[in-house]
Design a protein around this ligand. Structure first.
Ligand SMILES: [Zn+2]
Length: 243
């Protein structure tokens, strides 16, 4: 018996906002591929360039490599818009500055659904989530509300960004408190291709070839979601409704 509800699909525009290149691919790539195949628009915003993500590469070398890998991995699931906000990887701070930057991108993209990554302390009991993911997850939720209020971040009005009150949901991937899911049985291969584009990143983590690494990880995670959702493979989300 499933404990997860189907994700709402009566929307046309989603915006994913995550801390790092690779965050979407470890969590939500199969769901994004399913949505873009239905003709929905999905854009990606990376809060950092992921420049502190590879031990053997300096941030200056690493940033352009990870940007290019992210653009290729987004294209593999039908996403052609990828933006980078250039907050400092590893040291992203939740606060007014980040909320304002996220409010700006939300007002510009006008999404009905925002996707981000787990904001809770743990992935599961006994495993600690990163400071960047916690900071970004909380700030995305706050900015989803800020984006509709013209009296918060008033400098954005001066820049021409009018309030956007159309955000209906924020969906958090890889949350230990998932409530909803998307069947990704038909899009696993595209999710694997997408994660495997992070060649330099995976190369630094694993001796496996990127495609084999991505297949093993995403099949394992997808089966776990599928068991809960009552299908072969699924991606769970914690869904928060606004308004
Ligand atoms: Zn990350």
């Amino acid at each position: 018996m499933t404990d997860l509800q189907p994700m709402p699909e009566d929307w046309t525009r989603a915006l994913a906002i995550v801390a790092h290149p690779d965050d979407m691919e470890y969590g939500a790539g199969g769901a994004v591929a399913a949505w873009t195949a239905q003709g929905k628009e999905v854009a990606y915003v990376m809060v950092s360039r992921g420049e502190a993500g590879i031990d053997g590469m300096s941030p200056e070398e690493c940033a352009p490599v990870r940007e290019a890998e992210q653009i290729a991995s987004a294209a593999a699931v039908g996403v052609s818009t990828v933006e980078f906000l250039d907050h400092k990887d590893g040291l992203i701070q939740a606060g007014i500055e980040l909320r304002r930057d996220l409010t700006r991108v939300i007002r510009r993209h006008k999404p009905e659904l925002i996707i981000t990554l787990n904001r809770r302390d743990h992935w599961q009991p006994g495993s600690w989530n990163s400071a960047d993911h916690r900071a970004v997850g909380d700030s995305v939720l706050d900015a989803a509300f800020d984006s509709g209020n013209r009296w918060i971040h008033t400098e954005l009005i001066d820049e021409g960004h009018q309030p956007w009150q159309g955000v209906r949901w924020v969906a958090l991937a890889n949350s230990p408190q998932s409530t909803h899911a998307v069947d990704i049985t038909g899009t696993l291969e595209r999710a694997i291709a997408s994660l495997a584009e992070h060649k330099a990143y995976i190369g630094a983590l694993s001796d496996q070839a990127p495609e084999a690494y991505a297949r093993q990880f995403l099949t394992m995670v997808g089966k776990g979601g599928g068991e809960r959702f009552g299908c072969e493979l699924a991606t769970p989300f914690e869904l928060i409704s606004l308004g």
